[in-house]
Design a protein around this ligand. Structure first.
Ligand code: 13P
Length: 250
């Protein structure tokens, strides 16, 4: 049985004050969230504060990125050991904004995935196609290429230590969600591809959907056979919306 997971990617939003309020709001509603594993991924500077607020609750904390190196002269980067030290259980790697805006290659993302594993952090590997790629019919190839970079570096069994998030780029922050059928098709492709290499890894791997998920579309998306939860951007910044998605995941 794959446990449903709902993760909030807060991206570069918030302040000391708003982050505190958001955590108070989420914690207050957690008793109604029965089955889902709930993760919040704040901006790095707020991780210690959010970890403190999450203490004693079932809410887990994740980072939005992780350095591929373990320590040394890597200005501006944050290591896996540091993230572990401040209470992170998860780290997002390869978010499309990192790939598109900061030039992160499939190979660098794979090294970040490896760094997370080395440091006992579960990587959330983001993959997904642009609108052009979807319209050219290469969605599956793009997703396969992004996953293959991790398999080439770490082997297929490494995927069992993490989570995949399928986030079609055209659906991120646009209010345009992939239909449940469109999302399920890609999720089934991803699971099938991994299952062909290792049946146990494929069956156990959680594959989240991300891209304009909200309280009104979450239940139908998460209800699809191969969709095991969501990675939520905008709607994770409002406690009520985020909690409604967590409850839909029940
Ligand atoms: P939105 O939910 O705002 O579309 O963002 C999705 C996302 O990028 C999560 O990582």
């Amino acid at each position: 049985m794959r446990q449903v997971m709902v993760a909030g990617n807060w991206k570069m939003n918030g302040s000391s004050e708003s982050v505190k309020d958001l955590m108070v709001g989420i914690k207050a509603g957690m008793s109604a969230v029965l089955n889902a594993e709930v993760v919040v991924c704040p901006p790095a500077v707020y991780i210690p504060r959010v970890s403190g607020a999450a203490d004693g609750s079932v809410i887990k904390v994740g980072a939005q990125n992780i350095c591929d190196q373990d320590n040394g002269a890597f200005t501006g980067e944050i290591s896996g050991a540091m993230l572990k030290d401040v209470g992170c259980d998860y780290a997002i790697v390869g978010h499309s904004e990192r790939r598109a805006l900061y030039g992160e290659s499939d190979e660098l993302v794979a090294r970040r995935f490896a760094a997370a594993r080395r440091n006992g952090i579960k990587p959330i590997l983001c993959i997904g196609e642009t609108l052009d790629e979807r319209e050219s019919g290469v969605t599956n190839q793009v997703c396969a290429r992004q996953i293959d970079a991790v398999i080439a570096l770490e082997g297929v069994t490494a995927l069992a230590d993490g989570v995949i998030a399928y986030e079609p780029i055209w659906a991120i922050g646009t209010g345009k969600t992939a239909s449940p059928e469109q999302a399920q098709q890609v999720h089934a492709f991803i699971r099938g591809k991994i299952t062909a290499l290792d049946a146990d890894v494929g069956a156990g791997l959680r594959i989240l959907y991300g891209g304009s998920m909200n309280p009104s579309n979450a239940a139908e998306l998460i209800g699809q056979t191969d969709i095991d939860g969501g990675l939520i951007g905008g709607a994770s910044l409002k406690a009520d919306d985020f909690l409604a998605i967590c409850q839909a995941a029940n």
